[in-house]
Design a protein around this ligand. Structure first.
Ligand SMILES: Nc1ncnc2c1ncn2[C@@H]1O[C@H](COP(=O)(O)OP(=O)(O)O)[C@@H](O)[C@H]1O
Ligand SMILES: [Mg+2]
Length: 306
């Protein structure tokens, strides 16, 4: 038995409620299992498509609506960290925990939003790509270190920002995830980029690393209403992916690019901007999709998929 399953078993043993019944017989109740919040990952191998902007603004809008959110910055460029106004600090990233030293609880910090916590990032996380490749069960490291934090605090959603590559950090996020949101810039070659992502998601499922991984949705970003191209790209992507494409479309809006330099989410920086309104609409649509019956594979009873 490896360390991971041993520690899960020990925790279960310690948490089993039970006691002596009045007739003296031992009563053993079933272990209580906290319902895990959905882990939603923002991924696209391309840089500059709006992963980080979407992570920050989705997390902020959901927190503003009273949802308890854990945002995780898995990108060594730490734009999500600085973009929500959290200063980078040496040693304050998931790096050490990913390599088995310390826990995420040691580095998680609050933000200005009462309901929004962040696992911040800093440049040392770049080393994880190399160092984790030598580690045991290296694809499952992130899900392993996330679990104790989720047992401790009742979050409604975990939102993870990924680097613009399909390396070990992104693969760890996808292995831990319930679902992926793919932000797509409204530009030529959008479909090509999407094919890379959908193939990767299929590989993650088929390899057994995460058999239940779903595409949560595709979010079209940087829509420019003055060009025909943007509308054509949205139509083309909708033609292939139908309802997976969110109805909310994020416009190209300078307020969205200014806000992170002040460490602010768009709803704080300029709530009346088209960008802030679009992210609010997106967050509402995201929640509406979740309100519909959604399979919860990791919790459903039934045969265990190994
Ligand atoms: N809808 C938008 N309108 C204008 N600028 C945007 C928009 N979305 C993102 N940006 C800007 O584009 C750049 C890339 O976005 P970012 O979210 O960092 O992409 P990624 O995380 O995919 O690399 C950033 O400078 C960001 O501020
Ligand atoms: Mg980014």
């Amino acid at each position: 038995m490896n360390d991971e399953s041993e520690s899960i078993q020990n925790a279960e043993e310690q948490n089993v409620p039970g006691g002596d019944a009045m007739d003296g017989t031992k009563v053993v109740a079933a272990p209580v299992q906290r319902v895990m919040p959905p882990i939603v990952v923002l991924a696209n191998q391309k840089g500059g498509v709006g992963k980080t902007t979407t992570t920050i603004n989705l997390a902020a809008c959901l927190a503003d609506k009273g949802k308890k959110i854990l945002m995780v910055d898995m990108d060594p460029q730490c734009n999500a960290t600085s973009g929500i106004g959290v200063p980078q600090q040496p040693g304050r990233s998931a790096y050490r925990a990913l390599l088995g030293e310390g826990s995420l609880a040691d580095i998680v910090v609050g933000t200005r939003f009462k309901n929004l916590d962040i696992v911040p990032s800093e440049v040392d996380l770049a080393g994880a790509e190399v160092d984790m490749a030598r580690a045991d069960r290296y694809l499952h490291r992130f899900s392993g270190i996330l679990q104790p934090l989720l047992d401790e605090t009742a979050y409604d959603f975990v939102i993870v920002d990924c680097p613009p590559s399909l390396g070990i950090l992104t693969m760890n996020a996808l292995t831990a995830a319930r679902s992926v949101i793919i932000p797509m810039q409204c530009e030529y070659y959008a479909m090509e980029g999407l094919t890379v992502m959908t193939n990767l998601i299929n590989r993650v499922r088929e390899s057994g690393a995460n058999p239940h991984l779903e595409i949560e949705g595709i979010l079209m970003t940087m829509y420019d209403g003055r060009t025909r191209l943007s509308a054509e790209v949205v139509n083309e992507v909708k033609g292939h992916f139908g309802d997976l494409v969110y109805k909310a479309v994020i416009p190209r809006n300078v307020r969205l690019s200014e806000a992170p330099s002040f460490g602010l989410a768009a709803i704080e920086y300029d709530a009346s901007s088209s960008g802030a309104k679009a992210y609010k609409a997106f967050a509402n649509e995201f929640l509406r999709r979740y309100a519909k019956p959604h399979p919860a594979p990791s919790l459903a009873p039934g045969p265990t998929v190994q």
